[in-house]
Design a binder for this molecule. Structure first.
Ligand SMILES: Cc1cc2nc3c(=O)[nH]c(=O)nc-3n(C[C@H](O)[C@H](O)[C@H](O)COP(=O)(O)OP(=O)(O)OC[C@H]3O[C@@H](n4cnc5c(N)ncnc54)[C@H](O)[C@@H]3O)c2cc1C
Length: 545
């Protein structure tokens, strides 16, 4: 305490000069036993304490004030966006405004939309999902660590905050005709059913991927996925229902044991984070309300490879695996799922031993495969020869339709890139810059076409050539990977230039939280998420359906 108040030196010098200890010297007693006037030492101690106390209070006050002002300003800005430039057929100088159609409202599409000067194009976004979903925190939602509404942001509000008017169509793209430059879209709402065709000059395909089942029989129909907000809702309902069902059976009943076995398949970040959240829920919440039943709950994580979290440094993998063992998550590596039935899964361990695991809930969180639209598009372009995803060049142009179609994010098969939000986000931002530059080139070409002055035309041509040569390739910068592994611990494998840093434990958990808060799209999301975490800390999880 003394050290914190900067008083160490004062106390030592007082000791050296043989002055009575502070506690005794604080009040000088008179012979009559009444407290006398405070001595010089007491005065200086009180004064220093007061000074630091006042400073501390001032600092707290100004920090709170600055924080409140910043948040209020950001909230005001978010809810009062300026007027947008309306869509139009042409610019004031007569140049035709190009039609830019963006398919999807995920990481790739929204990063593009946020960064793009939308007044330069007539932008139309088509997606069956009318909101952006902050997927990194999706595994926290089924057990109620974070509320589902806290991690979504309506696409209309994102679009409204851009400089130019953006049209949004709540529909699914069914087909793309690269030659005619048309997209066929179909509404998702049965009440207002329509099928229509949109013309485009540039098309950005950012439709993501779906979870692969590796054609294992029985996965569809029995397993739950964790990709969209409805999936999280389904898991929450199934979890609560299964626990209630189990409680109606007597202890040691095999049916009770089965119902209380929760299997997660896939040892990537999604599977690991969900298993960790589930075990946290059991240890931190269920143990209070249903102590006996919680002891019987069994979380099993199955991974076909020898390790979980393969993209992380080996020391971090070991740390996560040890923590799982301590937290009693049953980790089964080198284990391949062979078949899924409604109440049991069949596995093969180390290629030798088969096992039947009865389960109450099964969550499937394995890799990706292309959605139907991507497959249809591949079928239309001979250059698209990779079954895993759309092939693009280093400028993110779709092979076989380089002049008009871009593809970004999980729908692509780009060697060396993991299907992550980080990649999709950087690709979206890169594309925004490219589209800005392309428009500048178009403007110069238009000026050149409309000038009779040869000198000016040759000057413009040089400028165009120079700008074209500056259309850089996409250069991905890997910043690292983060994963929550339970019991308020996380792992972080960070990359800065050529160096890498590994963090683990409580500090990594705080870093994980701050990083995801910083990455949220809006201040509204940041506030809601921070409130959810605080609520869980003090009140526990609200996992009621
Ligand atoms: C639970 C979970 C946790 C994750 N955690 C992390 C993490 O911590 N860090 C990280 O880097 N990555 C993480 N990821 C991966 C990351 O979310 C994806 O890599 C990222 O979302 C890919 O972005 P995208 O734009 O390609 O696709 P998505 O974000 O999936 O978006 C696809 C969009 O396309 C729309 N769409 C689908 N079909 C059509 C159609 N026919 N027509 C029009 N639109 C269509 C969808 O509705 C959606 O809006 C996580 C993923 C999940 C599921």
């Amino acid at each position: 305490m003394l050290r914190r108040l900067g008083l160490t030196r004062t106390a030592r010098s007082l000791q050296r000069s043989k002055v009575a200890p502070i506690s005794k010297a604080f009040f000088h007693s008179t012979e009559a036993g009444k407290p006398g006037p405070p001595q010089k030492l007491s005065k200086s101690y009180t004064a220093v304490f007061k000074k630091w106390f006042v400073r501390g209070m001032k600092l707290t006050f100004y920090t709170t004030l600055a924080g409140t002002l910043y948040i209020s300003y950001e909230l005001y800005k978010e809810s009062n966006p300026p007027r947008q430039v309306p869509q139009s057929a042409a610019f004031a100088n007569g140049l035709k405004k190009k039609e830019l159609v963006i398919l999807g409202t995920g990481w790739g599409a929204i990063s593009l939309l946020k960064k793009l000067d939308t007044s330069l194009y007539n932008v139309t976004v088509v997606s069956p999902r009318s909101f952006f979903l902050f997927t990194p925190l999706l595994p926290s939602t089924p057990v109620g660590t974070i509320e589902m509404k806290s991690i979504v942001e309506p696409v209309r509000s994102i679009a409204r905050r851009t400089p130019g008017e953006v049209h949004y169509i709540e529909a699914e793209a069914l087909d793309i005709d690269p030659k005619a430059q048309k997209v066929m879209v179909q509404s998702v709402s049965e009440d207002e059913y329509f099928v229509s065709s949109l013309n485009y000059d540039y098309l950005v395909v950012s439709v993501g991927a779906k979870t692969t089942t590796f054609n294992i029989p029985g996965v569809y129909g029995n397993a739950l996925f964790l990709k969209e907000i409805e999936d999280a809702q389904n898991i929450r309902m199934k979890l609560m229902k299964t626990i209630e069902q189990a409680s109606s059976f007597p202890v040691n009943d095999p049916e009770r044991k089965r119902l209380l076995t929760f299997v997660v398949v896939g040892g990537g970040p999604t599977g690991v984070e969900f298993a960790a959240e589930l075990q946290d829920y059991v240890n931190q919440d269920l143990r209070k309300w249903m102590p006996d039943l919680s002891q019987e709950m069994n979380v099993i994580l199955i991974e076909a490879l020898p390790n979980i979290l393969n993209m992380f440094d080996k020391t971090l993998i070991k740390y996560a695996e040890d923590l799982f063992a301590r937290d009693e998550i049953d980790l089964q590596v080198n284990t391949a799922v062979k078949a899924v039935e409604s109440t049991r899964i069949r596995t093969l361990q180390n290629g030798q031993k088969t096992d039947d695991i009865p389960y109450g809930m099964l969550v499937w969180a394995t890799g990706n495969e292309p959605i139907e639209l991507s497959k249809t598009l591949m079928g239309r372009i001979p250059e698209q020869t990779n079954k895993r995803g759309l092939l693009i060049n280093d400028k993110l142009e779709l092979l076989g339709a380089e002049n008009s179609i871009y593809a970004i994010g999980d729908c692509t098969a780009h060697t060396g890139f993991f299907p992550t939000a980080q990649v999709a986000h950087q690709e979206g931002e890169y594309l925004a810059k490219i589209l800005d530059k392309k428009l500048q080139i178009n403007q110069l070409e238009w000026d050149m076409l409309n000038t009779a002055d040869d000198t000016k035309a040759s000057h413009l041509q040089k400028e165009i050539n120079s700008m074209k040569s500056k259309l850089d390739k996409f250069n991905y910068k890997h910043m690292g990977a983060l994963a929550y592994i339970g019991s308020e611990t996380a792992i972080a494998d960070l990359h800065m230039g050529d160096s890498s840093y590994q963090l683990k434990g409580m500090f990594a958990f705080l870093f994980w939280k701050s990083a995801y808060l910083a990455m949220c799209l809006s201040i509204r999301n940041k506030i809601l998420i921070a409130m959810d975490w605080t609520k869980v800390y003090f009140l526990g999880r609200d996992s009621s359906v």
